[in-house]
Design a protein around this ligand. Structure first.
Ligand code: NAD
Length: 494
């Protein structure tokens, strides 16, 4: 048997395989979806747009595997996750390079993502503790009562392109550690790092069918949501899709958690430590080419901070080096696709037409030697007002808008006016202002002098309003609750 990984062995003339009952197999008679390297525009793989029949085959095997996996003691289940952690550490650099190739982000951003992915294993191995129930002796004379947590069946993750290695790991290790079996449907735009992670999970010793992987797009997702043997699903992606996936899944009686899009506001108070704050904001807005769900999208400069903030942001953004993320010294890679690039160009055009002041124009950015890459430079707007699309709509690209507010209450009103509630941040040296902001703001992840408020794996990943549909979130204890059923037993012995 070859020691080469599936991705190394893969030939561009064939479809990338699915992981079905422990075997990597290419489905027959299935159309393909092309995957490109966003820096070069070169096609790097073609994945199957898997059919309902293929999903059915995979889910039936996963359902079969659940019978013995759910009965495997939790302490044994987590031994495989410990092994997987070791394999991921050994493969860290390779995996990071795969992320840069499929997504375009810089290598240091990819390394950060892979680290965050692995951290979820660090937490999920605590499942023998986290999954414990509760009990009370003598709830009535001679009667004891206790609650136990049990696994439920086959769960699925439906993932976005922007953190291709990390997002499925907000769910996968917890679901498996809790005794469920799991199906990953990676983004069809960036599916390769999940192939590598699933390959390593198999090497770590997961029994056949415990982890499966199916490639595809919308119809594959619909087949998952309609399958009677799927117990529940975790979705991460744009708001319109999150909402429709949530509705379809719940109508089919499934347990659903759906994380949606974002429009993240960053409030800068006049008493903020300007230099590190602006550095943080520039990184938040333009890191990963603005394609983070925690990317800063609008800066609200309060009171007399406005002119200073505008000038400093321009200074911070104008010198960013744009290019192939795999090369040293590059600060910002391309966006994911030409379609995305065109959509972002349209948002910039709308901003100009609506009367915002364009301080830095990233349109027309060319990277020598990369004529077919999907590049854009950073774009900065000022004089943005609440009714403009720049203030309301998710752009998901390297575009930052600056608004002004007279005071913190007015700034909070601006933040609350947007339908999204993924992240909101404040930059200030006043504990009082920070406390007022974090207490009042309707956002699931709040940053205080932090520009990308990404919760560590032992906390849940928040989300409110149109950024989250469901009750229990990904990561941490919420994940354990989502992937288990709480059963109460009342017992008496004569
Ligand atoms: P997307 O909604 O286009 O796709 C997400 C997933 O849904 C993909 O696997 C895709 O195949 C599938 N899909 C697409 N259209 C579908 C449809 N009509 N029906 C069923 N499934 C469908 O999102 P994307 O462009 O891959 O990712 C970017 C979006 O994800 C942004 O809006 C970003 O804010 C959001 N996001 C949110 C979070 C969060 O934690 N809230 C994290 C990462 C990304």
């Amino acid at each position: 048997m070859s020691n080469k990984s599936i991705i190394e062995e893969y030939s561009i003339d064939t479809l990338m395989p699915n992981l079905v009952n422990g075997n990597w197999t290419v489905p027959e008679d299935t159309p393909g979806i092309q995957v490109s390297n966003p820096a070069t525009g070169n096609i790097i793989a073609t994945v199957p747009d898997s059919t309902t029949q293929e999903v059915d085959r995979i889910v039936r095997a996963a359902h079969e595997a659940f019978i013995s996996w759910s009965k495997t003691p939790a302490v044994q289940r987590i031994q495989i996750l410990f092994k997987l952690k070791g394999l991921l550490e050994d493969d860290f650099e390779n995996l990071s390079q795969i992320v840069t190739r499929e997504h375009g982000k810089t290598l240091s951003e990819s390394r950060g993502e892979v680290r965050r992915a692995i951290e979820n294993l660090d937490v999920a191995v605590g499942v023998p503790t986290m999954m414990q129930g509760t009990n009370l002796e003598d709830v009535a004379s001679g009667i004891d009562e206790y609650a136990v947590r049990q696994p439920l069946g086959v769960f699925a993750a439906i993932a976005p392109f922007n953190f291709p290695a990390m997002v499925p790991m907000w769910f996968l290790p917890y679901a498996i550690a809790c005794g469920n079996t799991f199906l990953v449907k990676p983004s069809e735009q960036a599916p390769l790092s999940q192939v590598r992670i699933a390959e390593l999970a198999t090497q770590a010793g997961l029994p056949n069918g415990v982890l499966s992987l199916v490639h595809g797009g919308r119809s594959t997702v619909e087949a998952i949501l309609d399958h009677p043997l799927i117990t529940g699903a975790s979705f991460v992606g744009s708001t319109p899709v999150a909402k429709s996936v949530y509705e379809r899944g719940t109508q089919n009686g499934k347990r659903m958690q759906c994380q949606g899009g974002a429009k993240n506001y960053l409030v800068v108070m006049p008493d903020a430590e300007m230099e590190p704050s602006i550095e943080n904001i520039v990184e938040s807005a333009f890191g990963c080419a603005g394609q983070r769900c925690l990317a800063g999208s609008v800066v609200v400069a309060v009171g007399n901070a406005y002119d200073d903030v505008k000038k400093r942001l321009l200074d911070g953004a104008k010198d960013l080096i744009i290019g192939d993320g795999s090369k040293d010294g590059v600060h910002m890679g391309p966006v994911i696709s030409e379609t995305s690039r065109q959509r972002i160009l349209e948002s910039i055009e709308n901003g100009v037409n609506e009367g915002a002041d364009i301080l830095l124009d990233g349109r027309g950015k060319a990277v020598p030697g990369y004529d077919s890459g999907y590049f854009l430079g950073p774009t900065l707007f000022a004089e943005v007002t609440p009714e403009m699309s720049l203030a309301k709509d998710e752009i998901f690209g390297p575009v930052l808008s600056v608004m002004s507010a007279d005071n913190l209450d007015d700034a909070l009103d601006l933040v609350d006016a947007v339908p999204f509630g993924n992240m909101a941040c404040i930059f200030t040296s006043s504990g009082k202002a920070a406390r007022q902001f974090s207490s009042k703001v309707k956002a699931g992840n709040v940053g205080i002098n932090i520009g990308v408020a990404a919760p560590m794996a032992f906390f849940h990943f928040g989300g409110m309003k149109d950024s989250f549909f469901g009750d229990l979130h990904g990561q941490g204890r919420d994940a354990v609750d989502f992937f288990t059923e709480d059963k109460v037993v009342i017992e008496r012995w004569y």
